[in-house]
Write a protein that binds this ligand. Sequence first.
Ligand SMILES: O=C(NCCCCCn1ccnc1)c1cc(-c2ccc(F)cc2)cc(O)c1O
Ligand SMILES: [Mg+2]
Length: 214
Amino acid sequence: TGSSRPQRMLKAVQKNATKGDPQSVISAIDYYCRHKEWAMNVGDDKGLILDSVLTEVNPSTALELGTYCGYSTVRIARLLSPGSKLITVEFNPAFAEVAHQIIAYAGLQDKVTLVEGPSGDLIPKMKEQFGIKYFDFVFLDHWKDRYVPDTKLLEDCGLLKKGTVLLADNVICPGAPEYLKYVRNSPRYESRYYKSNLEYTKVEDGLEKSVFLG
Ligand SMILES: O=C(NCCCCCn1ccnc1)c1cc(-c2ccc(F)cc2)cc(O)c1O
Ligand SMILES: [Mg+2]
């Protein structure tokens, strides 16, 4: 049988990027997805917003929900200070397999723990299994109808502290209307919308940044 879109993306990285150079991996994926084959990476436009929020937060422990092929995993991990850790959760084994290889190609495997499985089951195990007290930063980029239940789960499991930053992708396209209502109406969050565009297109999309107030 033929290759998958993630496998073709990996091939493009292996062909066009330099091993151990995260920026070249990011550029190779952006070029491929803009000129050859669209894919649901956060992309270069929203990626710049992700970079700026990350640099501002400078998290010691970060969580990503929705690894896909590891594009945003590489964007996040390349900006982490020495000793900081990123845990990334992927439900789809085929996606996780490609992501492992792209993260390793970028040379960032020591900063990243990729966990396969349903986020709803894994979040309650974070403290015991990964020795996490709380997360300083959470990037939500998985199933859009899981943003609210998983945010509530993170609260209930005591994984958020005063000042933890949640950054959610796709709040306009495909959209996460319940999530926007939840964080914008809750007294426990201070939210702000960063307008941008859907990766590699002219369609509007954006990121919602929500600071947990404790
Ligand atoms: O569905 C998305 N992501 C979740 C993928 C599966 C997550 C599996 N998982 C991981 C952990 N727990 C569960 C997504 C979709 C689009 C999109 C936009 C327009 C369009 F026409 C088609 C698609 C753009 C994105 O940026 C996205 O992120
Ligand atoms: Mg997304």
